[in-house]
Design a protein around this ligand. Structure first.
Ligand code: UDP
Length: 244
């Protein structure tokens, strides 16, 4: 199948290096300490953060004993998030793996030493799935953690890129993702210039991997710029409401 036309356009009309439209909203869940909705094209996710709070589970008291913080993350897909009704929204192998990946990625930016003997819970749920849900969840979690006032050394942002028809493609949608080509998901700390996440689901020659990774990193930087704007806008609104 042709994923890039001779005119250089993808199936959804994007250029190879073009991201889908992104949109974010802070404070979508009133009961959570911090929350956000993040959309990348038709992929839409919500993140809710609770904490830092006292550890409430015996199994994670072990971390508290060693003056550590327990960060928990749960990724799930709503039954209505995919074309076919999703029968198992969480607890399957894929959800367990993505929960772990998101937790490890978020741990890289949280200043855990400032909150010993406490716990932070991050819940991310996919409302609409169209490829790149783990990236969207990481971006939503970053915003939700910021909204909860959790101290972080940088904003983690994520984006994916793939390689189809001998062309590197930024931010794959479901049709491109399911084409069977490589899909590289990258997470970065943009200010510290560090990579915190790198996942790939098939083989790629090393020189092409570098190009695809570079493209995904550019996507992460674009997301970081957008997230900074949203956070700034949110802070201005809070100041306005407080009459500062
Ligand atoms: N997907 C689906 N049902 C599932 C799992 C995945 O429809 O049970 C779709 C969904 O659109 C998802 C895409 O397949 O975004 C690619 O899934 P993958 O495991 O590669 O993770 P993602 O790209 O979402 O991080």
């Amino acid at each position: 199948m042709e994923y890039v036309s001779p005119e250089g356009l993808r199936l959804d009309g994007r250029r190879p290096m073009e991201m889908r439209q992104i949109r974010a909203e802070i404070g979508a869940v009133s009961r959570a300490d911090g929350s956000a909705i993040f959309e990348m094209g038709n992929t839409k996710v919500v993140a809710a953060v609770y904490g830092p709070r006292e550890v409430n589970n015996f199994s994670i008291c072990i971390s508290a004993l060693f003056d550590m913080i327990a960060i928990r993350c749960e990724y799930s897909m709503a039954n209505f998030s995919t074309g076919d009704r999703k029968r198992k929204p969480k607890g399957d192998r894929r959800s367990t793996e993505i929960s772990m990946v998101i937790r490890q990625t978020m741990e890289a930016c949280i200043m855990t030493h400032l909150m010993p003997r406490s716990q932070i819970d991050i819940y991310v749920q996919v409302l609409q799935a169209d490829g790149g849900t783990r990236s969207a969840c990481i971006n939503a979690a970053t915003l939700a953690l910021s909204d909860a006032g959790i101290p972080m050394c940088d904003l983690v942002t994520s984006c994916s890129a793939g390689y189809l028809n001998s062309t590197p493609l930024l931010d794959l949608n479901y049709v491109e993702d399911s084409a069977g080509g490589p899909d590289v998901t990258v997470g970065i700390l943009p200010k510290l210039n560090k990579v915190t996440l790198l996942q790939m689901d098939s083989k790629l020659p090393i020189d092409i991997l570098e190009n695809v990774m570079q493209l995904a990193t550019e996507g992460c930087k674009a997301v970081a710029n957008y997230i900074r704007e949203i956070l700034l806008e949110n802070t201005k609104q809070l100041e306005y409401r407080r009459g500062v």
